[in-house]
Design a protein around this ligand. Structure first.
Ligand SMILES: [Zn+2]
Length: 383
């Protein structure tokens, strides 16, 4: 018995190979619209059902209700707008009902869009509602301000289903659902990450594994900030974890190409919905999930789930964990009574500094073999 996808429908807008060949020919005669690499990811995610029940870019009705109420027009919970922006000149040329070709910067056709709607929006209102602020220091708000003035809505049909890079780790919801079923997992906990694993991550993954049948490690890959771990390093480190540390039949590693919006609480809901579509029954939300700077309260991303309709995923609301010399293990404020001076929280800055210098991170913070693996890889941070 596996969990239904969000909105009870698993979207599949990927054209079969023979249809994709025909559509490539059709696309040559359509108006081309160049989309950047982040939008290509959204197009592919939509087509593969990662964003089910979205079958395309949002029409005005969906967009406005998502912004103001976190719901699609039909009432399904949905926290983040997925939109295709164009400038006024392009908007004027395109008519509703037209089919246009979405192409990469190199001209490669990715998908066709059946244009169903064309509309304008108020960026300050969107920023305030979705991100809780209108300050353009917030990277998500800046993305909204940088968008063109018009939005196109409509269903897509995917021509190019290529999955590079990391093809072998890029499973669709259909594939993960089948895999979980084959493994006999009735409950699966999803884990979101953008980092190489340290002990505190492992600790919360173990908590997840204690209460469910399987662990789905699903790192977000793609555009990163300077100093972030490179995608390849994260994958190498987690490959070790799923092969050598966790029982092999109890964990699955697959990537999620997705742009971070840093929308904090709203993004936590999106992350949970996406994992539900992959077949997860549980999802881990830590403190300040998907937050940036101090725009959101420590527990806001956990508390928001108490204010929305049940989305059918059990949220494991976990505390930050640390190594405690008194407990002689990783613990949280819920399980350890010792003073702060005995506790060592994992510090991203310290970990980065040591690894960059080719020095292992203290063993109570990161497994020595993970440290070594990362040091051996070299060049593991985004410049
Ligand atoms: Zn302790």
């Amino acid at each position: 018995m596996s969990l239904e996808p969000h909105g009870n429908i698993l979207i599949n807008r990927v054209l079969k190979p023979e249809d994709a060949i025909k559509m490539t020919e059709v696309a040559k005669g359509l108006r081309p619209l160049v989309i950047d690499e982040e939008l290509v990811k959204d197009v592919k995610n939509i087509a593969r059902g990662v964003y089910s029940p979205l079958s395309g870019f949002m029409v005005k009705e969906d967009f406005e209700r998502v912004v103001s109420e976190m719901k699609l027009a039909d009432g399904t919970v949905w926290p983040i707008p997925f939109v295709l922006d164009v400038n006024e000149e392009t908007a004027n040329e395109i008519s509703i009902g037209e089919q246009i070709a979405l192409v990469e910067e190199n001209g490669n056709p990715v998908a066709v869009l059946n244009v169903r709607d064309k509309y304008i929006y108020e960026d300050g209102h969107v920023a305030k509602q979705v991100f809780g602020t209108i300050e353009d220091d917030h990277p998500g708000v800046k993305m909204i301000y940088d968008m063109e003035d018009y939005l196109l809505g409509g269903d897509i049909e995917l021509i190019d289903n290529s999955k590079e890079p990391f093809n072998e780790y890029n499973l669709d919801p259909l594939e993960t659902r089948l895999l979980f079923k084959e493994k006999g997992w009735e409950t699966v906990v999803g884990f979101q990450t953008r980092n190489a694993p340290h002990r505190a991550h492992e600790y919360i993954q173990r908590i997840g594994l204690e209460v469910t049948d399987g662990l789905f490690i699903n790192p977000v890959i793609g555009k990163k900030k300077t100093g972030d771990f490179q995608d390849g390093a994260i994958l190498k480190a987690y490959t070790y974890m799923v092969n050598e540390i966790f029982p092999r039949d109890r964990s699955v590693l697959s990537i999620l190409p997705l742009k971070m919006r840093y929308a904090g609480p709203r993004e936590a809901i999106l992350h949970a919905i996406i994992r539900k579509n992959f077949g997860c029954t549980h999802f881990i939300v830590g403190r300040d999930h998907a937050g940036v700077a101090d725009y959101y309260g420590t527990y806001e991303a956990q508390e928001i789930f108490d204010t929305i309709e049940d989305i059918g995923v059990t949220i494991l609301k976990l505390e930050h964990s640390f190594h405690c010399k008194g407990c002689e293990t990783v613990a949280t404020s819920k399980t350890c009574a010792h003073d702060n001076e005995l506790r060592t929280p994992p510090s991203g800055t310290v970990i980065r500094k040591l690894l960059q210098a080719g020095e292992p991170v203290p063993a109570e913070i990161m497994r020595p073999e993970i440290s070594q693996l990362l040091i051996d890889l070299g060049d593991i941070f985004v410049k």
